[in-house]
Design a protein around this ligand. Sequence first.
Ligand code: BES
Ligand code: MN
Length: 455
Amino acid sequence: MEQVISHVKSNFDTYIEELKDYLRIPSISTLESHKDKMNECAEFVAEKFRNAGLEEVKIFPTEGNPLVYGEWLKKPGQPTVLIYGHYDVQPADPLELWNSSPFEPVIKDGKIFARGANDNKGQNFVYIKSVEAYMKTIGELPVNVKFLFEGEEEIGSDNLEKFIRTQNKLLKCDCILISDTNQYAPNMPTITYGLRGLLYMEVEVTAANRDLHSGSFGGSVANPINELAKIISSLHNKNGKVTIPDFYKNLFPVSKKERDNFKRLKFSDKNYAKDLGVKELQGEKGFSTLERLWIRPTLDCNGIVGGFIEKGAKTVLPSKALAKISMRLVPNQNPEKIAKDFAKHVKNLAPNSVKVDVRKMHHGLPAVAPLDGRGIKAASAALKKAFGKETVYTREGGSIPVIVEFMKQLNAPAILVGFGLDSDDIHSPNEHFWLSNFEKGLYTSIYFFDEYSKT
Ligand code: BES
Ligand code: MN
């Protein structure tokens, strides 16, 4: 093991240079205009797989962005780890708030800054390099591995889910290892066992058939922006509960033991509020902040467009307004059903003077992974070796849509070992990843393969 670790130490600077090349590719999955960048990034990943010593490296085209697969299966009798990552990233805007260009990685104060630095290129690169380090030193791995990286995580993973359903044999494994989450706090090794799901909708309100002079027409027809604002504000009641009928029906109960575990994590509302620059926190009444983040469903408007949005003033009564609204879901909530309930509810809230279109964009299921089993044991032992501390177990408010499909189709547990931090600004300007965590991530991965072969 020590020779693998020292190989990583002496090659660390090259790894960073390679990671920079990975981060230079603007693989933004939600932008139609970036198709060629997605293909370029898939090729890049395939090449890195090959260089690491993985075999049968293949790019699988899908209806959307390609999947990249690679394997090393030369340890019969040892378990197989499926390593999942995503090479797609979120859009970089608003660009003017970045201190350096999002696709020209910069290292500053021990962190690498770029879109995707944490989510997920920095984190998934850890596994490519740790396999490579084994191959270049010992010449083999202690366990079998399969790698599967996708390019559509940030848009719901629909095509990967289809792929998993038809590729049971190819993907057969004993556990699914994923680093796409965060540590509970700096230098606190963390395994995440629950993620919320997501339902993403678009609401378009139309009044008159064209934009109008707001003086000549104002007062005679509905203003779609005003009406959309009313709709949005009716989606919560005064206790912060979502008003969609049946939204909270049959939520999977959360045990007292689990809530007590949350309490032990000693979350400070005060520090959290201070860090975010708000005087006070807000949310559903009657639940602690960690409960509101991890086990309660929420609804948020993610974007709103309408009327004149340039600098200056224009007196216009717009014809249309549009809102992007998403919901974070928890176990037992059914995204398809909630999408229908939401559409009906929004239409009921709107007056006859406007036309409302509600469209579903994508969804992902909430997931809870088991906390027992050999994989979890090996992961926490590996984390302890790499970070020198005991692991904490957390849930997460964000989503990784494909986890449920993986666990269901492959009948294997997902193990979520995050090397990011909540302060890494993922999906936000100045996303970054701590190089110290990249390094400890490499050690964790190296120790994990070893521990997993021994447990
Ligand atoms: N890496 C994140 C999930 C995550 C978010 C982990 C925050 C830890 C903290 C993942 O890439 C992600 O952003 N998922 C999307 C999925 C969605 C677009 C379907 C999300 O949660 O918004
Ligand atoms: Mn993300």
